[in-house]
Design a protein around this ligand. Structure first.
Ligand SMILES: Cc1cc2nc3c(=O)[nH]c(=O)nc-3n(C[C@H](O)[C@H](O)[C@H](O)COP(=O)(O)O)c2cc1C
Length: 179
């Protein structure tokens, strides 16, 4: 970490982008796979870490999609999406769904069944939130998608974490942080 004065100055120019990315990446998160099926019947899925709870009454969650993402239009037009919170042993799945591809599900077909609105739902993961698309707000280069939870489920599986550009179990990330 640099000097406190350098780190606390407001990000202002393009040259600060890397430092801003690093500072944002210092916040540890879980990792989710968000899935949908668009009005043409095409299944889409992407790895995200922007998931957050928003409201209990009514039950709302949010995540944000990069406007330029290949699958953004599908998430914006579909009636439903499912947030699948990934478990410690689903890193390969997370990496696969973080790369653009025409049919991401083909290689992992047996891991999914059909959830609300026909969206692909992971049969085994930490938790699932099956949502109806409630609102979308474009801000900067992302669109915040808000979903109303229609069905949810959870397990005791240990979660996958993301911190400082690394993905792994809490033990793996703790070891690499103090190494
Ligand atoms: C840990 C991690 C978190 C990510 N979080 C987001 C996110 O919150 N929103 C987003 O739009 N992309 C996020 N991405 C990038 C997308 O997974 C990636 O751009 C993917 O290719 C998008 O799918 P598509 O190309 O099929 O549209 C993340 C990637 C990783 C590895």
């Amino acid at each position: 970490m640099g000097s406190p004065s350098a780190e606390t100055s407001a990000p202002s120019t393009g040259s600060d982008e890397l430092r801003l990315r690093r500072s944002l990446g210092a916040f540890p998160t879980g990792v989710c796979l968000v899935t949908t099926v668009d009005p043409q019947g095409k299944r889409e899925g992407m790895t995200i870490n922007s998931f957050a709870s928003l409201s209990l009454d009514p039950p709302l969650i949010l995540w944000s999609v990069r406007t330029a993402a290949r699958s953004a239009a599908s998430f914006l037009t579909a009636s439903h999406f499912i947030v699948n919170v990934l478990s410690m042993d689903q890193k390969e799945l997370a990496l696969h769904f973080a790369r653009p591809s025409l049919d991401k599900f083909e290689a992992f077909e047996s891991m999914f069944d059909a959830g609300m609105g026909g969206c692909p739902r992971l049969k085994a993961c930490v938790s699932t939130f099956e949502c109806r698309r409630h609102a979308a707000h474009e801000e900067g280069d992302h669109i915040v998608l808000i979903g109303k939870i229609e069905r949810f489920d959870s397990t005791d599986l240990p979660p996958l974490f993301f911190h400082a550009g690394r993905m792994g179990s809490i033990h793996e990330l703790a070891e690499s942080s103090i190494a």
